[in-house]
Write a protein that binds this ligand. Structure first.
Ligand SMILES: Cc1cc2nc3c(=O)[nH]c(=O)nc-3n(C[C@H](O)[C@H](O)[C@H](O)COP(=O)(O)OP(=O)(O)OC[C@H]3O[C@@H](n4cnc5c(N)ncnc54)[C@H](O)[C@@H]3O)c2cc1C
Length: 493
């Protein structure tokens, strides 16, 4: 089949019947549910871009194995050029959503591509797992499927291990084996966009200890697999508000869900790791799975750039960007964007080649972005709030703007040349990004989307120290000082 259109994607959603719960009721017709309608359209637009002559050659390629056109997310980069072709996909899709949708299909498509490109990792433990992950990769590539993932255990009691929780199957684990596969029970979080995806893949952050074998599993199943329940958080919008009033929140909400597996059967051919602590703990370091960081940092850069433009345009619209304090804040934001852009270029230009021939960005600058963004993005939001000040809280609705157009022109306009309607529309955008529940979720997303930044930074430093075990500059400074010291002693004798 190869690349899908938006219509193919929507038809695919309509053909499935996942068990989705939201606000106390079961959602049975996802594509006609107001809250999901617009986000589905936004994802459909991305699929349509694959068929648009303006983008097709930039974001898709011909698959060597099948001769069919597939997304660049499914191509294993063998050269710098391949890597940049993949980056073009990330960038074009991120620009289409202003970087506000983090889990667009490329994120997990790239993840599975990276997992499947290291079959030797799985084969070391079980040759069947290697075959399974490669077949799964081919399946999602050739059908151009959209995945969600859930890697965290529910936040019940973090002082206890998986098996010591009140109920041993609070955290997702294997209960039993059958001829057809394994039965799994328990919950995982936080599956972003799950209700509008085709499949879910499960794996975990490292940290399993002996005795936790039942939880050391990885697999994938269709999102409408019997026994799988999706419990959505309260939506941040009702799907009925005008896009003019909520230019971002009405379009780009990514619903998050907890996944409850109520004795779900996972067929053997969908099992990638089973009761193996070492494999589960090494999946990140040994499979290149974290290649999705490249997607995440390209997208994060676009999102930060968008916030920077919003800050600069609201400052310009009310004529405050001549003040030194405002210029300092706007300058800080521009430098933040430029730092990340430079780090990204460094990561790409200083690419490395994995033993399997896969070209990957240098992880040090990429991880550095991962460390900076959880602070830089909330700071960008704070700057918009500071510059927008009380003005962020005044925009009436579009209906008021029509009913009271004289007042709007007189009291809501901006600096010379900025009409009341223009300024209000811009401030509504800033409201969505900084004040709405939608905007607050976006901040929380940057903090946590790829794990706890506190532990990530600790891991980063440990890895860095392993790769840089000595301190040559310090050693030389000490040696030179000793040498100078003894020379001085000789001279003064
Ligand atoms: C908007 C959003 C979207 C997300 N989307 C996805 C998704 O699509 N798929 C997915 O799998 N996950 C997703 N995540 C979840 C994300 O992976 C987790 O939030 C993240 O890994 C942190 O885990 P946690 O939320 O369980 O926090 P916890 O691990 O419970 O941490 C809570 C607090 O306690 C501290 N803490 C806890 N344990 C320790 C420790 N051992 N040492 C030191 N400090 C500790 C942390 O620093 C933190 O401040 C998403 C998260 C957000 C916010």
């Amino acid at each position: 089949m190869g690349i899908r259109t938006g219509e193919d994607y929507i038809n695919g959603l309509q053909s499935k019947k996942p068990e989705i719960w939201m606000e106390g009721r079961r959602i049975t017709d996802i594509t006609n549910e107001p809250v999901f309608k617009q986000p589905i359209k936004e994802i459909a637009k991305l699929y349509d871009m694959q068929h648009d002559s303006e983008y097709q050659d930039k974001i898709t390629s011909i698959c060597e194995e099948t001769g069919e056109r597939v997304s660049n997310a499914f191509i294993v980069p063998r050269t710098y050029h391949d890597l940049m072709a993949r980056r073009a996909l990330y960038e074009i899709w991120a620009k289409a959503t202003f970087g506000l949708m983090g889990r667009t299909p490329d994120f997990l498509n790239v993840t599975v591509t990276a997992m499947a490109s290291t079959p030797e990792f799985y084969a070391k433990y079980n040759p069947q797992w290697a075959e399974n992950i490669q077949n799964y990769y081919r399946y999602i590539r050739d059908n151009d499927l959209f995945l969600t993932h859930a890697i965290m255990n529910p936040q019940t009691d973090r002082t206890k291990t998986s098996k010591d929780q009140k109920d041993p199957y609070t955290y997702l684990g294997a209960v039993q084996e059958t001829e057809e596969g394994i039965i799994v029970r328990g919950a995982k979080m936080l599956a972003t966009l799950a209700p509008i995806t085709d499949e879910v893949i499960i794996y975990s952050f490292p940290g399993f200890r002996p005795g936790e074998e039942d939880y050391a599993i990885s697999f994938a199943v269709p999102i409408d697999t019997p026994g799988l329940r999706l419990i959505c958080r309260e939506p941040v919008q009702d799907g009925k508000r005008s896009i003019f009033d909520h230019p971002l929140a009405s379009r780009f909400e990514e619903q998050d869900a907890v996944l409850v597996f109520d004795d779900v059967l996972v067929p053997w051919d969908r099992v990638f790791i089973y009761k193996n602590i070492e494999a589960a703990n090494r999946i990140y370091s040994d499979t290149g799975l974290s290649q999705n960081m490249h997607q995440a940092t390209v997208r994060g850069l676009i999102k930060l750039q968008f916030a920077q433009e919003v800050a600069s345009s609201i400052a310009d619209s009310i004529g405050v960007d001549g003040f030194l304090n405002v210029q300092n804040q706007l300058g800080e934001l521009v430098q933040s964007v430029e730092s990340i852009r430079a780090l990204l270029r460094t990561a790409e230009n200083e690419f490395t080649v994995r033993p399997n021939g896969e070209v990957v960005p240098n992880p040090i600058p990429l991880e550095t972005i991962r460390g900076i963004l959880p602070k830089a993005y909330p700071r960008a939001i704070e700057i918009i709030q500071t510059i927008g000040a009380g003005g962020l809280l005044v925009p009436p609705t579009q209906a008021d703007m029509e009913a009271l157009s004289d007042d709007i022109e007189r009291y809501y306009g901006g600096r010379e040349g900025v009409s009341g309607e223009e300024r209000l529309h811009l401030f509504k955008l800033a409201w969505d990004l900084t004040i709405e529940g939608f905007g607050q979720r976006l901040v929380q997303y940057e903090r946590y989307y790829s794990g706890d930044p506190v532990r990530k930074l600790g891991m980063f430093y440990n890895n860095y120290k392993r790769q840089n075990p000595s301190f040559p500059l310090v050693d030389r400074a000490l040696a030179e000082s000793k040498a100078n010291d003894s020379k001085n002693k000789v001279n003064t004798k």
